[in-house]
Design a protein around this ligand. Structure first.
Ligand SMILES: [Zn+2]
Length: 499
């Protein structure tokens, strides 16, 4: 079975052949922890997760690293030389203002003067959201989620290498820049050429450091700045590294390879971030490749529009889970399904209706799995990847991660008669190892049932003592918490709804 992915570097689908099978070294650009990540960010992280889980089901041994950027990611990250201000510095200032004006909740014991606390605050939030959504690398945290502030040595070694080889230079402002003209293939990933880039920068780059740079598109590797909130000593002065060099250095260090198999990210990472990663990495190592397959997911729209804070359609994971978007709490599996159910290279539109559809689909899948587990007494009989349903599922995903086709296989299978529940239970487990939406034996769901049961008992007690106000209040509490409440002959029953 050939696996094919669309490689942004070559603009076509290619057969996937890792350098050292069955091992796969994969790097994904993670969040910059200056704010809560929104569901569009998570669409990209979930795509990487599904990709990794699929490769694992297909028999590969995947080492997946996703970074957490806590320094050096600048506010103007869309222009060629990524200028502006450090996003963490901006966040610290904002939190300070919020603290002063009492906007920051009292339970947040956070000192905005300490950028490490700011970064840790949003890192914790990210890891919690990512765990809820079942992103495997988050369960690995902090092992495979490196932060540049912990790898300054590796970053500095790489910068020195680029200086030694003449691919970087120290300009009159003391900043270490990468020379884009020293790498003739600069622009290949994004389909830009240097002349276009200079024109395309619209003077924004030209104004600032133009006079001292060899080319306006040269981007910084190290910025000496003793006044910056996070700084380290270096041969080029006390300062901090640039965002691009961080990813290159951490990918190679954590994956222990100079050439990795897969690099993923959102489409907004293609330029300049990934273009710059390729340039620095290849110039530092001298290899023909940094990552052999560059796979990018398209961004998410919300209710037909690009997400933005000003339009009010900018949603975080917690907004959705708490019911701020749909009016009722959403189970994390439903949000996961909603964000993975369309092909990663198509534009996905996040809507209330879509979440409702996902809730029914997840509920159906979940109940089907529970039914199989009961029928098979919890005993799964292992099937091979040549089992027709598993083979069809894998084959769909092998075609550039065609999730719609893979889900069609699953829905078709669920509509058929089950011959052997034990085998079917294993098939279910294999499918779920990629989708990650059903937890048939989850302790979490039994906890939820316990909470539901406990309140139902209180409702029945209130009813017996004719305290109908309390009974109604408790009933409403359960509904608000996402339960369907029924009155059965044996008493009140609460069923946890998935959305
Ligand atoms: Zn990156």
């Amino acid at each position: 079975m050939d696996i094919r992915f669309y490689n942004t570097l070559t603009n076509r689908e290619e057969i996937f052949e890792p350098l050292d099978p069955p091992n796969v070294a994969m790097y994904s650009c993670g969040p910059t922890v200056y704010d809560f990540a929104h569901i569009g960010n998570f669409k990209s992280f979930l795509f990487s997760d599904v990709l990794r889980r699929f490769l694992e089901l297909a028999g590969y041994n995947v080492t997946h690293v996703m970074n957490i950027t806590d320094v050096g990611h600048m506010t103007d990250d869309d222009v060629a030389d990524a200028t502006g201000e450090d996003k963490i510095a901006v966040a610290a200032r904002k939190l300070k203002e919020e603290k002063k004006s009492g906007k920051l909740p009292d339970d947040v014991a956070l000192n905005p003067d300490d950028p490490y606390q700011v970064a840790q605050y949003f890192t914790d939030a990210f890891v919690e959201d990512a765990r809820l959504l079942g992103i495997k690398v988050a369960h690995d945290y902090p092992r495979n989620m490196p932060r540049p502030t912990e790898h300054i040595d590796a970053i500095q070694v790489m910068i020195q290498k680029l200086l030694d080889k003449g691919h970087a230079y120290i300009a009159d402002d003391g900043v270490v820049y990468f020379s884009v003209e020293s790498f003739p293939e600069y622009g290949r990933l994004s389909g830009n050429d240097l002349d276009q880039l200079i024109v395309g920068s619209g003077g924004r780059v030209l104004e600032e450091h133009q006079a001292i740079k060899r080319n306006p598109a040269d981007f910084f590797l190290w910025k000496p700045d003793p006044s910056h909130i996070m700084k380290w000593p270096s041969p080029w002065g006390e300062g901090y590294p640039g965002w691009h060099i961080e990813c290159s250095a951490m990918a190679m260090k954590m994956l222990r390879r100079e050439v990795i198999d897969i690099h993923t990210g959102g489409e907004d990472n293609i330029f300049p971030h990934h273009e710059c990663e390729i340039a620095q990495s290849r110039c530092a190592t001298g290899h023909l490749h940094f990552a052999r397959y560059w796979i990018h997911s398209r961004y998410l729209m919300a209710e037909g529009e690009k997400m933005s804070k000003s339009k009010g359609n900018f949603f975080t994971v917690r907004d959705v889970l708490e019911g701020k978007v749909t009016g009722r709490p959403v189970h994390p599996s439903v949000l996961r399904y909603e964000l993975i159910k369309t092909h990663y290279r198509t534009q996905t539109n996040f809507t209330k209706k879509g979440v409702q559809d996902s809730a029914s689909a997840v509920q159906k899948f979940h109940e089907f799995g529970q039914g199989l587990a009961q029928a098979a007494n919890g005993n799964a009989t292992e099937v091979g990847s040549d089992h027709p349903v598993v083979a069809d599922f894998l084959s769909a995903l092998s075609s550039d991660l065609n999730i719609s086709a893979a889900l069609a296989v699953v829905h078709n299978w669920m509509g058929q008669e089950v011959d052997d529940p034990s085998e079917a239970l294993d098939v279910f487990g294999k499918i779920n190892s990629v989708l990650g939406i059903a937890d048939v034996n989850s302790s979490e769901s039994s906890d939820e049932t316990d909470i539901g049961e406990a309140i139902c008992k209180q409702i029945d007690e209130a009813r017996i003592s004719k305290d109908y106000d309390t009974a109604d209040r408790l009933r409403q509490e359960l509904i608000d918490a996402g339960y369907e409440v029924r009155t059965a002959p044996e008493g009140t029953v609460a069923i946890k709804q998935l959305a």
